[in-house]
Design a protein around this ligand. Structure first.
Ligand code: HEC
Length: 635
């Protein structure tokens, strides 16, 4: 499908188009350009882009995909982002025709459509009701240790891992739904909203299910009274939770958990004791960039849903008071509303003994920042009642308006946007428990779950930044807490010494046992989006090993005691996929490695701004199986 070469070629095309159009004063639809067919379309598209999109997509807004990556997502996806997706507000001034012209222009020349996925010839075997070898769901266990029993991998054999096969997510430029393996079948979501059940041996698909909106979360799997086959659960970008039969992908139930038009699910729902606990985030932080938008009203929260029926048990908010009009207007005359913000985009941590769950929250969207932003909150599992809140950073209010010229809805605090995005880790030190928290600021905390979240220890191991500090997920084994640090230099906002890489901490004191810096492996990798050595994705540990990926595309395995790198694989580049298509590997970001019976699974490619796009699910195995290897590597 899309190759790095295509991307590079596209940069050339875009540069050429840019020369065609006077950039500064381009008007929406009349450009004064020659009126012969194709040239006019390119010119009109470019003018529309300059007027309505370029302010953010030329690299100024780090999270916005760079213009050159649009060519790889296809016109339909771009159109959908404007019509129904995250760019609704940004495209609201455009007519239907203008949107089509723009989408066609940005998508560029027709790319070869993705080849169909490979369907399995043999039916899927009956699924066992339990599979103790699997690291289940996002956190691996209720307490989010992201710990595996090793799956047959250890210090002595891990260097024999070899690539077994690669799956290309069709039509995707990011791969971020962490796979779940059960009884030899991989269940995974995708950017297109399709859920795949892939055979672990061959990568063929037993079934697919379409959620209809992007699935960013990992799937959870469980048994439900009255059903023989296990049920899979996941959340999608439109804040809908889906329960599907793991044996054939048929729908069991579907339920919306959001109570805001911009609500989304990014963090992975957690299945526990017959209930599904769903973190609720939103895209209102992006809608706020529209100066005409009455900003902001999203409250953040967690919902509990009955796993058998999909009925809502309760919904708890991060900001308890609903937003109201403040009586003020922004410079464009839109009403100001608040308080708002504090999304939850981490998978809840279940504390069965205390009957509570914990979540970390993000920044506030409005000023003054709510006192539950950048906080850890404890909610009753049974009722959703808040038990305690421990704010770790006050006064952090930010939304996308802060990035662009008129900044009409930017709160006066203007950041620093240092969410608690990684799941908290509930770790037992024998006599007492520690709730371990990592923040985008690079701070790591241990909170006391018996004392309302009082800080037991604190250590700052990263400078922090746009992708953290700690971004998506730490891991703990019986001895150590492993902390990935991104500390990217992608935006100039954060300054000071950086410490990207893996840090091993004593979970009882926060003392650093070892630190292995991440060294950039960026030569020959695309300059836009940026290649960076930071470790932003979630990581996974065993008693002996730590598995961690970096934004430059490398997957590393560390010795858990010394921090020595025992094995490494560069996932960047083009790979032959099982369907005969080309899979593109890029940044490893968001989700983390999964271990299962001598296998390691990793997603590669993440199209959001300043990270390298891709659509690859890679499966490595022991012992080596050399029948499918790296094909061409684009330099
Ligand atoms: C105010 C800044 C801003 C403007 C203006 C803007 N965008 Fe975006 N765009 C973003 C950000 C930020 C994201 C990433 C959103 C996210 O992370 O959820 C994004 C994402 C996208 C995506 C990817 C959606 C996805 O699901 O991955 C597309 C396509 C897109 N924008 C197209 C456009 C087009 C076309 C325009 C012009 C009509 C436009 N954008 C204007 C900031 C902007």
């Amino acid at each position: 499908m899309i190759t790095v070469k295509d991307l590079t070629r596209r940069i050339g095309l875009m540069m050429a188009a840019a020369v065609l159009v006077p950039l500064a004063n381009a008007a929406p639809s009349s450009t004064g350009m020659p009126t012969d067919g194709a040239t006019t379309e390119v010119a009109d598209g470019m003018a529309l882009y300059q007027e309505h999109c370029a302010a953010c997509h030329d690299g100024q807004v780090p999270r916005a995909p760079h213009m050159i990556t649009f060519s790889t997502i296809g016109a339909d996806t771009i159109l959908n982002a404007m019509n129904n997706g995250v760019m609704r507000a940004q495209a609201s001034a455009l007519s239907a025709t203008e949107r089509e012209v723009l989408a066609g222009f940005l998508a560029g020349e027709a790319m070869a459509p993705p080849k169909p996925i490979l369907a399995c010839a043999d039916p899927m075997g009956e699924l066992a009701s339990s599979d103790a070898t699997a690291m289940q769901g996002w956190g691996g266990n209720a307490e989010n240790h992201r710990h595996s029993d090793g799956a047959g991998l250890d210090r002595n054999n891990v260097d024999q891992l070899a690539l077994k096969w690669v799956f290309a997510y069709p039509g995707a430029l990011r791969a971020r739904s962490q796979p779940l393996v059960h009884d030899g079948v991989i269940f995974v979501g995708s950017q297109s909203g399709d859920i795949y059940a892939l055979d672990l041996e061959s990568g063929c698909a037993h079934w697919t299910y379409s959620a209809g909106a992007e699935v960013r979360s990992s799937l959870s799997l469980g048994l439900v009274p009255g059903r023989d086959d296990p049920v899979l659960y996941m959340g999608d970008f439109s804040a809908t939770v889906h329960a599907i039969d793991a044996s054939d992908g048929s729908l069991v139930w579907r339920a919306s958990v959001g109570d805001h038009p911009d609500a989304t699910i990014t963090g992975s729902p957690k299945l526990h004791d017959g209930s599904l606990y769903v973190p609720i985030s939103s895209s209102e932080w992006a809608t706020a960039a529209d100066p005409g938008y009455a900003c902001c009203t999203f409250r953040g929260g967690v919902a509990s849903v009955d796993a058998a029926s999909g009925e809502l048990n309760w919904r708890a908010h991060v900001i308890e008071e609903p937003a109201v009009e403040t009586g003020e207007t922004n410079p464009f005359g839109a009403a100001r509303k608040g308080p708002a913000g504090a999304p939850v985009w981490n998978s809840p941590t279940i504390d069965a003994e205390r009957g509570v769950l914990y979540v970390g929250t993000g920044e506030a969207y409005t000023s003054p920042a709510a006192d539950t932003s950048d906080a850890v909150l404890a909610f009753s599992l049974a009722t959703g009642e808040r038990q305690w809140a421990k704010q770790l950073l006050g006064g952090d209010a930010w939304n996308m308006a802060c990035f662009i010229g008129e900044a009409a809805n930017c709160p006066e605090e203007d950041g620093p946007d240092l969410d608690i995005g990684a799941s908290t880790v509930l770790w037992s030190g024998g006599e007492r428990d520690y709730l371990l928290v990592g923040q985008k600021s690079g701070d790591v905390y241990a909170l006391d779950p018996d004392k309302g979240g009082a800080v037991a220890w604190h250590n700052k191991v990263g400078r922090g930044g746009f992708l953290g500090g700690v971004h998506w997920g730490m891991s703990a084994n019986g001895d150590s807490l492993f902390v990935p640090i991104a500390d990217t230099t992608i935006t100039g906002r954060f300054t000071g010494p950086v410490s990207p890489g893996i840090h091993a901490l004593d979970p009882t004191s926060g003392e650093v046992r070892w630190y292995t810096p991440s060294v950039a492996d960026c030569e020959g990798k695309s300059p836009i989006p940026v290649c960076d050595q930071g470790m932003s994705a979630a990581i996974t540990s065993t008693d002996q090993l730590v598995f961690a990926g970096s934004l430059d595309g490398n997957l590393n395995v560390y010795d858990s005691l010394s921090g020595e790198i025992l094995w490494s694989f560069d996932t960047f580049g083009d790979f032959d996929s099982v369907s005969g298509d080309t899979a593109l590997g890029g940044s490893i970001e968001s989700d983390g490695p999964v271990l299962y019976k001598g296998h390691v699974l990793i997603n590669s490619g993440y199209q959001f701004g300043a990270r390298m796009p891709g659509n690859a699910l890679m499966v490595f195995s022991l012992p080596p199986k050399a029948d499918l290897v790296r094909s061409t590597r684009s330099e």
